[in-house]
Design a protein around this ligand. Sequence first.
Ligand code: C5J
Length: 225
Amino acid sequence: MHSIKFPAEPAPLSVDVDKSALIIIDMQRDFLEPGGFGEALGNDVSRLQAAVAPCRAVLDAARHVGMLVIHTREGHRPDLTDAPPHKVERGDPATRIGAPGPMGRILVRGEPGHDIIPELYPLPSEPVIDKPGKGAFYQTDLELMLKNRGIDTLFVAGVTTEVCVNTTVREANDRGFRCIVLSDCCASYFPEFHQMGLAMIKAQGGIFGSVVGSGPLLSSLAGMS
Ligand code: C5J
């Protein structure tokens, strides 16, 4: 057992690193780079850049201490059979899911835009979960992986705070996992949704989980080694 302690909201935490995983949600080119799904929906994708460097620092630290790291990607099969019609039909037909864009077909598996940004690229040893929905547990084998590895705590990073991060945290919470959301490692196209997304998690005594910046976690992980 490797225990670390750090301040968090709503209360300080003590965590066994050996039972913890870092899950990095959807840090894909489609969400972070111009010409992808995020921009097709009318968003300013530069807003998500703030999360990249903190995510990279936590990713490096997690790798250093041997913590399980899992990456997720939102996207669909090339024939879109796993994409709900109501999801596909949203927005301008020229830029909707499956339409051709500068990074290949939007939000389609195997296309350049679907892949994870180079700064946070997974190592071959790190599982990548391809998910058709917003939550990382929906129609994936994430829960099986976590149970098989004896994981009970998730450090959660990625984008966007109020959509895929929040949905995954809520799914994890109902499955009995403790969630610790890394505030500066998450981002939203809407700064106010980022703040509220974090507030909703930590309110009411941590109704869905805890929130902490990368700084305190990095300090306590550095103290381990
Ligand atoms: C969205 C996500 N925002 N990864 N997906 O559609 O949050």
